[in-house]
Design a protein. Structure first.
Length: 86
């Protein structure tokens, strides 16, 4: 079964430039972004059975990744709103 691309830019292509700008200039966003991509790689490795895991472990990481994705989405939207008000 092919592994889906869950990179943040693939998840939110309409915010590609905003994501790149935040990564370059906001250390907190960059930290969250890096954590999201680390979790994504771990999940992919589990799905490909490169590293052994239980379904429970995999689901736990997927939930953490989803929470981070929601946080990052909120961060992006807040940044866009702040820029629009400036």
């Amino acid at each position: 079964m092919p592994i889906e691309d869950h990179s943040l830019i693939n998840e939110f292509p309409e915010f590609k430039e905003d994501i790149q700008e935040l990564k370059a200039h906001d250390t907190h966003f960059k930290k969250l972004y890096d954590e999201y991509h680390h979790l994504t790689k771990e999940v992919e490795r589990m799905e490909q059975e490169i590293i052994p895991s239980s379904t429970l472990q995999e689901e736990k990481l997927k939930k953490q990744r989803l929470q981070l994705k929601d946080t990052l989405y909120g961060y992006i939207k807040a940044s866009i709103l702040a820029a629009a008000k400036a």
